[in-house]
Design a protein around this ligand. Structure first.
Ligand code: LLP
Length: 439
């Protein structure tokens, strides 16, 4: 029997033991073999989502590039998978760059982002010959020009523009509006003067522009508006400097389903809006259509993963609430606390049993706000049960911490009935290995 709960990976089934299975692996067995908390990614689902993006754009244009935003989930195995699927990679720090290079990710397909890159990060990117550096400010442009000159490299760059567009999403993940720490704004010639400086710089090659309006976006309208704003800007740069934009990166942000009833747009719909929008807008301003890039993170990985926990205690406060406390929490999923994000929960041993009560799923951290799910209908949860929260593949592990001395979980890729550890669970020695050694 297959499961009708939307946020689970497509391969999720109820097996003959009546338990939850993902990609042919029994989740209760995975939990007992690898321990909990445990991130379980359906590898084929990640690949299918990469392919869905590629096909969506390929069916409309042959000049495009899909860049996976590795901040959503990054590790060596993930970088390798992305290379195998023919996608490029967005890295947002020296650490993400290092991870990609350790997986032999082709540097020419890497885009380095960041609003406060250090000289060391820029140097490492230039030295490893990354395909593009997305320059966030005039200060960064000057530093990068100097570093590239020292390294004897003409570094291709995109300039990040803040298009002044409000996406309908949580304020913390809005990035394209005027009052933003990212990019150069269009007001009062700020962006134009960065373009001028880029064109004058001896060691940088300006290829085009980047915009990213936000994350977990459901309405595609803001993308269409962004394209229109950018077309005007490209026209301005063309008439002012004769500059022809060769690459326009429209960022990521496509929303995903976290709970039943969430209905995000598909990569195909996004591709439709972007490709058609860009063609129409470039026709309007009478300039050639640049290569189109898109930078999805969340929509590649969020729904390909679930987290398995073990229930530790069940506490009923008569007339108030039942708390089901698990062995993880805000250290492996900060999103409920940070954004009020809503998740669902189910018991892996009886995913479709009738709920007996509604419980709050509490984490194990010393904070009352450490609640993973506010209201989860569950069938008689007991200590020892394996509890699963679906759709945890994006910004879960990547925002994880050691708060309260909690060990970071293991991460599995599961495929065709077998599991492999792509990130091992931390042990207590990992917690102190950077500390002063006391004899
Ligand atoms: N490109 C840039 C420049 C970005 O800053 C981001 C995300 C992406 C692409 C990918 O966006 P996505 O397709 O994943 O929406 N921690 C927050 C999300 C922060 C997003 C940061 N930037 C969360 O958990 O909701």
């Amino acid at each position: 029997m297959s499961l009708a709960i939307p946020p689970l990976p497509g391969s999720s089934r109820i097996n003959t033991s009546g338990r939850l299975e993902v990609a042919g692996c029994d989740v209760v067995e995975l939990a007992s073999e690898y321990g909990t908390p445990l991130f379980i990614y359906d590898e084929q689902e990640i690949r299918d989502r990469c392919r869905a993006y590629r096909e969506a754009f390929a069916s409309r244009t042959d000049d495009f590039e899909i860049i996976y935003a590795s901040k959503a989930f990054s590790c060596t195995a993930m970088s390798q998978l992305i290379a195998q699927e023919g996608l490029s990679l967005d890295v947002a720090s020296g650490g993400e760059l290092y991870t990609a290079l350790r997986a032999w990710f082709p540097p020419e397909n890497i885009f380095l982002h960041g609003n406060a890159n250090t000289e060391d990060e820029l140097f490492r990117a230039v030295r490893s010959e990354v395909g593009h550096i997305v320059v966030d400010s005039l200060d960064e442009l000057r530093t990068l020009d100097r570093i590239a000159g020292r390294e004897g490299r003409r570094q291709p760059v995109l300039l990040r523009i803040t298009p002044g567009i409000e996406a309908h999403t949580h304020d913390f993940v809005q990035t394209g509006k005027l009052d933003s720490k990212f990019g150069s704004c269009l007001e009062e010639g700020v962006a134009v003067s960065v373009v001028e400086a880029a064109l004058e710089s001896a060691n940088l090659e300006l290829t085009g522009f980047h915009v990213h309006i936000g994350s977990q976006i459901f309405s595609l309208e803001p993308y269409r508006k962004t394209i229109s704003v950018m077309a005007d800007f490209l026209a301005q740069c063309h008439s002012r400097f004769g500059f022809e934009c060769r690459l326009l990166d429209l960022g990521g942000g496509l929303g995903v389903a976290y709970a039943p009833g969430d209905e995000p747009a598909s990569p195909d719909q996004l591709a439709g809006v972007m490709v058609t929008g860009l063609q129409e807008e470039m026709e309007r301003v009478a300039l050639p259509v640049p290569r189109l890039a898109v930078e999805p993170g969340r929509s590649i990985v969020a729904n390909a993963c679930l987290t398995a926990y073990t229930v530790q205690t069940v506490k009923e406060i008569p007339g108030v609430r039942t708390y089901v406390a698990v062995d993880g929490g805000m250290s492996d999923n900060l999103r409920p606390m940070l954004y009020g994000a809503a998740y669902t929960a189910l018991l892996a041993a009886k995913p479709e049993a009738e709920p007996t009560a509604t419980a709050a799923i509490a984490g194990k951290h010393c904070e009352s706000g450490d609640i993973l799910v506010r209201e989860a209908p569950l069938p008689d949860p007991r200590p020892g049960d394996v509890l699963v929260t679906p759709a945890t593949g994006a910004y879960g592990y990547s925002m994880s911490s050691n708060y309260n001395g909690q060990l970071r979980p293991a991460v599995l890729f599961v495929k065709e009935g077998t599991a492999r550890v792509v990130i091992r669970r931390e042990d207590y020695e990992d917690l102190v290995h950077l500390h002063e050694r006391l004899e």
